[in-house]
Design a protein around this ligand. Structure first.
Ligand SMILES: *Cc1c(COP(=O)(O)O)cnc(C)c1O
Length: 360
């Protein structure tokens, strides 16, 4: 074909999402399938969200509020910032994309870990920039390693805290020491997709306050994980108003659909649901730790809703074998797989099948 594509996208691989449950049911002709591959909330979402969505259905003929005014006002109150310090997006996926479009030009550099959320590198490459990869150290971010990689071409530093897929976190003290050393003309982005699951006190729970002192810091939050709204696509970013205004220039006019806006508002108001999600996750995590210990499998202690575990066999193979039995997990690298923490029934089904697969 003679259609001419941009050079930058020639080597980009499309994102591989976790396999949908229905596909696995069809492919292997099995009835019961559990998906522990995409870190979704096994409890679903708050009943208040369902009600809000039903009430908003009558207004689907009308374009959404392109300025997300009500959502921003509620978030501003919750986080004690001004509405113009907030920019909602259609999931963090869209924000990662918008950040790349706003800041990354040809041969610009974005620093990130080797084992982290894959979209940071892909969106950098799509814009013609160069991902500068700093290997994790014992499954955690090597902040000094990142500082050493800063060059005149560095535009952005991607921090995922806690990190997907390792579940490890950076403490408040480590983060502040790091921010003190990053030149103020380099954007630091803290992707906090899993912060609602963090159990440790020394996590930077005050990260939004830090944006007042460190104007080059952006904090990203999503409704996709602990709030159980991955299907509706809504998230937001908090930081310096001027930076957000630039990102706003590349944003589509109605990026967050109207159901997503009302869903997010209702979700914020149901703190009970969030608490329940945290509790179920903690119970599931402790159960899985115990089972992994019994099986003598090495795992990385997690501050998220997923665990990276060494199954002692090729992860891709284990992934296929588990899938045949109706359990979808994610192979990560070598003998490591990532399993999302489910309901207790799902966790048990995962462990029972893992034992079978590892016996083979
Ligand atoms: C799931 C995930 C996202 C994407 O979240 P959406 O808001 O659903 O787009 C972003 N970052 C990390 C680290 C994630 O795990």
């Amino acid at each position: 074909m003679s259609i001419r594509y941009r050079e930058e996208i020639k080597n980009i691989q499309p994102y591989k999402p976790g396999k949908p449950i229905e596909d696995v049911k069809r492919e292997y002709n099995i009835e019961k399938v559990v998906k522990l591959a995409s870190n979704e909330n096994p409890l679903g979402c708050s009943p208040k969200v369902k009600e809000a969505i039903i009430n908003a259905v009558d207004k689907l003929a009308i374009y959404p509020d392109g300025n997300h005014t009500e959502l921003k006002n509620i978030l501003a109150k919750k986080h004690k910032v001004k509405a113009d310090n907030i920019l909602p997006s259609s999931g963090l996926d869209e924000m990662i994309d918008m950040i790349a479009k706003t800041f990354i030009g040809k041969n610009d550099e974005a620093i990130m870990a080797d084992i982290t959320f894959p979209r940071y590198a892909q969106t950098t490459e799509i814009m013609g920039g160069r991902p500068v990869i700093v290997p994790l150290k014992e499954f955690s971010f090597d902040l000094n390693g990142i500082l050493e990689k800063i060059s005149p071409r560095t535009k952005v530093i991607w921090i995922c805290n806690p990190n997907n897929p390792t579940g490890t976190m950076i403490t408040e003290r480590e983060f502040v020491e790091f921010l003190d050393k990053v030149p103020s003309n380099i954007l630091v982005i803290s992707d906090e997709a899993y912060r609602e699951y963090v159990t440790k006190d020394d996590y930077p729970f005050n990260s939004i306050d830090l944006t007042k002192k460190y104007e080059n810091l952006l904090i990203m939050r999503t409704f996709s994980k602990a709030y159980g709204l991955a299907g509706i696509r809504v998230a937001y970013t908090i930081g310096n108003k001027e930076i957000l205004q630039y990102i706003n220039r590349v944003r589509g006019p109605f990026n967050v659909n109207s159901l997503a806006q009302v869903a997010a508002i209702a979700a914020i108001e149901d703190e009970e649901f969030l608490k329940k999600s945290y509790e179920i996750n903690l119970q599931g995590k402790n159960f899985l730790y115990e089972e992994f210990d019994k099986l003598k499998l090495h795992y990385v202690p997690s501050e998220t809703n997923h665990i990276l575990v060494n199954v002692g066999r090729d992860g891709q193979e284990v992934f296929i074998e588990m899938q045949k039995r109706g359990v979808i997990i994610r192979p990560v690298m070598g003998n490591y797989i990532r399993v999302s923490i489910g309901t207790m029934d799902e966790n048990k089904m995962f462990i029972e099948n893992l034992i079978e697969v590892l016996k083979e």
